[in-house]
Design a protein. Structure first.
Length: 212
């Protein structure tokens, strides 16, 4: 039986315990309890944790993976994550802005024709912390806002165009959430920006800006 010292939260944590905490965070994200941004921030903090107390703080508001959650006087098993679904976004002769809380899983398609989609993933919840974006752009392109700490992987083909990916301030931690960009561009391309989409300031709101 482990001694009190061996169970002390002040003890330095191990790589196995860090991996276990990240697995628990990923499960919580699949349950919809953490957004992509929250998963990225906590995963980075988990890999940088020094003591068990650091890890305990990161998962203190989350149930154990697969644990039952009480609802009133009854207890029921946590619902299984929704199966991977493919959603499509269209930017044809214009475009939409998609932002705010949303649940995405598996793969999404974006089609841009002389226009573009503006997709903000800051408040998105991703199943298993992974998402593949298949983007087809003809004389247009998408702008994708990805939280800091998320790994971005890109592959594709471009003719008279290309993709631009803003680098992160620091290398994502091992096991960080992943957004995979798979693009085909013809006279167009896509931009991946770090951080949430800045608020829109319309011309009639300029009087609200502070004086220089």
């Amino acid at each position: 039986m482990p001694s009190d010292d061996e169970l002390s939260p002040a003890l330095r944590t191990s790589d196995r315990e860090r991996e276990g905490a990240v697995d628990r965070l990923r499960w919580a994200a699949g349950e919809g309890r953490l957004t992509l941004e929250g998963l990225a921030e906590r995963s980075e903090a988990a890999y940088a944790a020094v003591s068990r107390a650091d890890l305990d703080q990161l998962v203190a508001d989350l149930p154990a993976a697969g644990a039952e959650v009480a609802e009133g006087s009854e207890r029921s098993p946590a619902p299984a994550p929704a199966p991977a679904q493919c959603r499509s976004f269209w930017g044809i002769l214009g475009g939409d802005t998609i932002q705010g809380p949303m649940r995405l899983s598996g793969e999404c398609r974006i089609v841009n024709v002389m226009g573009g989609v503006d997709l903000d993933l800051s408040q998105a919840v991703l199943e298993d912390g992974e998402l593949t974006l298949r983007i087809y752009s003809l004389m247009g392109g998408a702008t994708v806002h990805v939280p800091r700490g998320v790994r971005v992987e890109r592959s594709g083909f471009s003719l008279m165009g290309g993709d631009s990916i803003e680098p992160d301030e620091a290398s994502p931690a091992p096991g960080a959430p992943v957004v995979r960009l798979r693009s085909i561009n013809v006279m167009g391309g896509n931009d991946v920006k770090r951080g949430p989409k800045p608020p829109t300031r319309w011309p009639w709101q300029r009087h609200l800006d502070p004086p220089p």
